[in-house]
Each structure stands twice: as C-alpha cells, then as structure tokens.
Design a binder for this molecule. Structure first.
Ligand code: NAP
Length: 318
C-alpha cells in the first residue's frame, strides 16, 4: 500500500484548533479537501475556551461566551467534514512532498499540505516562587481559578487587555484586587482600562514589578516582593493569589529546525501570504502573528491559509 492510500493519509493536516484552525477546517472541508485536525490534547479550541464573554467578534452584538464560540466553530468545521483527533503533535518531518506529523499518542499522520495553527501559551515572569506555587496561589487563568480566591487578596500582573479582563473578572471574587504594572501607561484598550479604573475593588500599583512570590507549603502564596521601577524601592505586599497576565509565547517547540522561526519563536510567513519557509506548509493565527492576535484576525488568517493550501494542492496534483 502506498503512503497516500494509508488511513493515516489526508490531503491536509491542520495542527491546532483555535479560530485559525477551525476556520481553515471549514474552508477546506467545504472544498472537499478531506481536512484532518490534530486539536491538541489539553485545550481543544485554544485560549478562547478559558475566557468569558467575547464582545468583539462580529455577529454577536450581545457578546458570546468564549467556549460557546469555539464549540460553534468546531461544529461548523465538523459539519463540512473536518476529522478531529484530540492529540498533541510532538514531532514533524515537513520538508518532503509528503509531510508527516507524529503525535503524543504514538500515531504518525501524513499529508501533502500542513497548516500550523498552534497558537501561543502563557508567558511566565521567570521569578523565584512562580513555579513552586503554580496551582497553589499562582495562576494564569482567572476564569479557571478565580473561584478558589473568594474573599481573598488577589494580585493581577500585567498592563494589557488580558490583565484588565482578569482584574475585572476577579473583582467578583476577591476581597481586593491589586493590578501591578511595570509602567505608568497601559497598552490595554481604553474601554477595558476605564472599566478597571471605575471598579472600586481594584487598586492600581503602577511602575512596579514582582521580584519574588513567597509562601509556604500550608497556605501557598502569602506575599509578593516588589520593586519600584522608577526609584528602585523595595516593598512587600500580602497576597493569597497572583494571576499573571503578561502575554503569550508561540507554541513552536515541536517545529524547531523545521520551518523558519523568528528569534522569539513565531513562524515566519512570506509577505501577506500564509506560506512558511517550506513549500506546502502554511501558518495562521497567534503562532505567526505578534501584532493583531485577535480571534477574528486569526479566523481570517485561517481562511487565507486554507486558500493558500488549496492553491498549493491544485498546483501539485498527481
Ligand atoms: P500583551 O498585550 O502583550 O500585554 C502584556 C502586558 O504584560 C504588557 O502590559 C506588558 O508590559 C506586560 N509584561 C510583559 N512581560 C512582562 C514582565 N516580564 N513583567 C511584567 N510585565 C510584563 O498581552 P495580553 O494582554 O495577553 O494580550 C495579548 C493579545 O490579545 C493582545 O493583542 C490583546 O489585544 C488581545 N486580547 C484582547 C482582548 C479583548 O479584546 N477583549 C482580551 C484579551 C487579550 P508593557 O506594556 O510594559 O510591555
């Protein structure tokens, strides 16, 4: 049996299942290209599965819950024939005409074209105590863990949209929420900053960084060591929980040495296309986008990747 007759062979493999991946699935499925998606095992649907209301995705004037939006995208991709496998890709060989990807579950799948939409993961502060108290007071997801901090002293670190959303969400639970940001200005959108500033439960601590997360085995996190970024003064802040919301890093470890990456690990694409450094390999969404990083821009890019892949397959028909 030739490789292309194997049950593990597909026209296109989509790696990752956020808005970019599902949109690519919808387009390729409707074009009868037999798309096969490896969703990732831990969070099928990607980051939006861990958010609350999404207010800026067109078509939902009253907002839509992140998990509901991703369920709808998945259903739409499946309706048009995308086959889903809930597994992680651990290694790839993408250089030949037939590309292969191998999963954590030990399966190897092959295809003529591959679309990479693996998104990104939480950026870490990299300070003492962060790893030790992970799951014991240190969290990267307010919607996942906020409930455990009812009437507790909560800290949120970051100055972007995520930090604003997390602080607002956590103010429902905490006795207080302190938002710590390393600068005076926020990069978050004005509407979210205004919401935080108007919230009586949220205190702002600007020009400050957390240098250490302290605690003990019994209580988990108990306090934070802080440093003022302007005058260098050091202080301590009592805290029961710290939510770190300082952005994301692309998920490309499994691709090193395969496709071209920039120094921060984002997949490089050619001009306005989704073409990577390898023919037949395309990238879309947060894994290649350090600028826009929105659900709608990822979905749009997933559409473009599907069309780029279709054109590639048409040009390379046997
Ligand atoms: P982000 O926009 O990259 O912001 C990261 C924040 O963390 C920045 O304020 C940055 O400070 C700070 N930071 C980074 N590294 C740090 C460190 N080592 N120590 C202390 N502070 C650090 O990340 P994000 O807020 O997660 O947002 C990511 C993308 O998703 C953005 O495009 C955002 O618009 C989008 N998003 C949108 C929504 C929405 O529209 N509702 C919600 C969430 C996210 P500096 O500002 O000083 O660099």
């Amino acid at each position: 049996m030739s490789e292309t007759e194997s049950t593990n062979y597909h026209d296109v493999i989509i790696v990752g299942s956020g808005p970019a991946g599902y949109t690519a699935g919808v387009y390729l499925g409707r074009s009868e290209y037999n798309p096969f998606m490896l969703t990732g095992a831990l969070t099928p649907g990607g980051q939006l599965v861990n958010t609350t209301t999404v207010e800026n995705f067109p078509g939902f004037p009253d907002g839509v819950l992140g998990p509901d939006l991703m369920d709808k995208m998945r259903d739409q991709a499946e309706k048009f024939g995308t086959i889903l496998e809930y597994d992680d890709v651990v290694s790839t060989d993408l250089s030949g005409d037939i590309k292969t990807v191998t999963t954590d579950g030990g399966e190897t799948y092959s295809a003529k074209a591959v679309i990479l939409t693996t998104g990104s993961e939480y950026r870490k502060l990299g300070i003492p105590g962060e790893e030790k108290f992970g799951g014991h007071g240190v969290s990267y997801c307010a919607t996942c863990d906020g409930f455990f901090f009812k009437d507790k002293k909560i800290v949120v670190v970051g100055g972007g949209d995520s930090a604003m959303e997390e602080a607002t969400f956590l103010s429902r639970y905490g006795s207080s929420v302190t938002l710590i940001h390393r600068r005076e200005e926020f990069r978050a959108s004005k509407i979210l900053v205004d919401r935080v500033k108007a919230n009586p439960k949220i205190n702002l601590m600007l020009n400050s960084v957390v240098t250490e997360i302290k605690g003990d085995d019994k209580n988990g996190v108990t306090s934070l060591a802080l440093k003022n970024t302007v005058d260098g003064t050091e202080s301590t802040l009592d805290a029961d929980g710290v939510f770190i919301a300082i952005g994301y890093t692309p998920r490309t470890d499994f691709l090193k040495g395969q496709v071209g990456l920039d120094p921060d690990g984002y997949i490089l694409t050619e001009g306005a296309s989704t073409k990577t450094s390898l023919p037949g390999v395309f990238a879309a969404g947060d894994v290649t986008d350090r600028t826009y990083r929105q659900a709608i821009s990822a979905a749009g890019m997933g559409c473009r990747a599907a069309i780029d892949a279709q054109n590639y397959l048409t040009e390379h028909e046997d």
